[in-house]
Design a protein around this ligand. Structure first.
Ligand code: G3I
Length: 384
């Protein structure tokens, strides 16, 4: 598969010879060896990293990341509970290692995430007696957090997921503590604070399941409103926590086109493909959903059967075909995890399953899905 460009070059030389021209030996066109190289010029290809990878404890995966990707995202270490666990206490040890890793390897460095309802300590929303704080207090806490975190990495973190998952499945704003205490304008405020802290950083609204029409309409309306108010939003992140059969490539295409038409950058921020039996009815990535373990929900604890492996490869090829059709509008595609071993999909919504959602196996070797994604780039003429 990866030799297909060489084969094309050889085929062209044969045609020239058949036409009676003096044949010249074909210049070998080396097939790109990495996802980053294969998609160079189309969009960045990234991965979300855990502490073992960017701190070097997992040296094999650190090397794999350095070899394959042009962008990195922090899976957990820049979330509020990690960097700002207690009032007035910031802890940047792990986040500093993450940013240093990305800079060292010349990658586009993403910050994830500033304002979310998950992985945010309860103290943020409460006073010392456990009562909800006032609007002004919560705004002041949000401003301090954003100015401190974004300000620390000004010029070194290239883009931030400023607000994460603020829209509910029905398209209305989620009733999170941010929304109920501050009001709907907490979103615009977060973007303005982030812009104040780093005027050059890309600022993104990030959410899941935007292929579901009511939610997509809600986020489209939100982004239109922010743009009309002059809020400094530069992009929308489509998370793409997908399944083999959801969402359809056509609906991913429609969704990208709808956001691109607003004039913002589109990023695929958290891509993975769940191959296991469905354990909850909802699509997307609501981390509060949980389902009990049952043997039939974990059918492949040792290895993935070949037909499913091939279905995963076809699924990834179809998705990248859509992303490639929108090159120039899609700025990056980031996998949420490097290998199947790292993925949060092993623990959600059922804990302790064996899932296969990425391009690399538990041993770090590329899977057929990797070859399919590389081939999709070659077929579309992306890369060097
Ligand atoms: O911090 C504890 C640690 O002290 C303990 O040793 C360990 C043992 O299990 O648990 C640690 O907390 C876990 C945390 O990840 C850090 O590893 C939590 O239990 C676990 O629930 C948490 O999951 C993360 C999840 O966000 C939580 O919201 C996943 O790793 C992370 O992949 C996931 O990422 C989110 C994006 O940020 C937003 N979009 C959806 C996406 C998938 O849920």
């Amino acid at each position: 598969m990866r030799g297909s460009r060489l084969a094309h070059a050889a085929g062209a030389a044969a045609l020239v010879a058949a036409a009676g021209c003096t044949p010249r030996p074909p210049a070998p066109v080396a097939a790109p060896a990495s996802l980053a190289a294969a998609y160079h010029g189309a969009f960045l290809v990234g991965a979300a990293l855990n502490d073992a990878q960017f701190s070097g404890r997992d040296s094999a995966e650190a090397a794999l990341v350095a070899a394959q990707f042009s962008s990195v995202s922090p899976e957990n270490v820049l979330k509020w509970e990690s960097v700002h666990p207690r009032p007035g206490v910031y802890d940047f040890d792990a986040a500093d290692r993450y940013v240093a890793f990305g800079r060292r390897h010349g990658m586009f460095v993403v910050g994830h995430t500033l304002v979310w309802h998950n992985q945010t300590p309860r103290w943020v929303f409460e006073d010392s007696a456990g009562r909800a704080v006032s609007r002004d207090t919560l705004i002041a806490r949000m401003r301090d957090h954003i100015l401190t975190v974004v300000g620390r990495y000004r010029g070194r973190v290239n883009g931030w997921d400023v607000v994460n998952e603020a829209v509910a499945d029905d398209g209305t704003l989620r009733r999170s503590p941010w929304q109920t205490i501050i009001g709907d304008d907490f979103i615009a405020m977060a973007f303005r604070f982030a812009h104040e802290a780093d005027p050059d950083a890309q600022l993104v609204y990030n959410d899941y399941a935007l292929e579901n029409a009511p939610k997509r309409q809600g986020v489209l309306a939100l982004v239109r409103l922010l743009l009309a108010e002059g809020v400094p939003i530069t992009g929308v992140g489509l998370q793409e926590h997908d399944r083999l059969d959801w969402p359809s490539p056509e609906s991913v295409d429609t969704t990208i086109a709808a956001f691109a038409a607003l004039g913002v950058k589109v990023m695929i921020t958290e891509l993975d493909v769940d191959v296991l039996p469905r354990a909850v009815a909802q699509t997307g990535a609501d981390v509060s959903l949980r389902a009990a373990a049952r043997a039939e929900l974990d059918p492949w604890p040792d290895s993935l059967p070949d037909p499913v492996q091939q279905a995963l490869a076809r699924r990834y090829a179809a998705l990248f075909g859509v992303f490639l059709r929108h090159r120039g509008r899609v700025a990056r595609v980031t996998f949420w995890g490097v290998t199947d071993r790292d993925s949060w999909r092993n623990d959600w919504p059922v804990r302790g399953r064996t899932n296969y959602p990425t391009l690399f196996g538990r041993d770090g070797r590329p899977k057929p899905a990797f070859d399919a994604v590389m081939e999709a780039a070659g077929a579309a003429g992306a890369g060097p």
